[in-house]
Ligand binder design. Structure first.
Ligand code: ZN
Length: 114
């Protein structure tokens, strides 16, 4: 996976963790499961750090997608986009090792192959 894509996946995960931590109900559930959630400041710091490494083009596109869909970066499983379930052409798969960030032709979400 290329570095920009790794960053995008990591940023999305971090944002989800921050949302969960800020949501009182979810936070209580996590605490009851035995997790400690006092690292919110650290999470936010890590997020800023990751975002500075991200190409501004990708950052803007990611922001737009997040506003539209909630999840901007989705995995491809069994040749299907997990955002809209459109078929991803197998020609896409062959270029995943190049330094490119690929988008679903149907919904526009950023794709990664887990
Ligand atoms: Zn899609």
């Amino acid at each position: 996976m290329n570095q920009q894509l790794q960053l995008l996946v990591a940023i999305q995960d971090l944002e989800q963790m921050i949302r969960d931590t800020e949501d009182e109900t979810r936070a209580r559930e996590f605490t009851e499961m035995g997790f400690t959630l006092n690292g919110l400041d650290n999470l936010k710091k890590s997020l800023i750090e990751l975002e500075t490494q991200l190409d501004p083009r990708h950052r803007n596109y990611y922001r737009k997608l997040t506003q539209k869909f909630g999840h901007a970066v989705v995995p491809v499983i069994g040749n299907l986009c997990m955002g809209c379930f459109a078929n991803i052409p197998s020609s896409f798969v062959s270029v995943t090792h190049e330094n490119k960030v690929l988008h679903c032709e149907n919904c526009g979400r950023i794709l990664y192959w887990p």
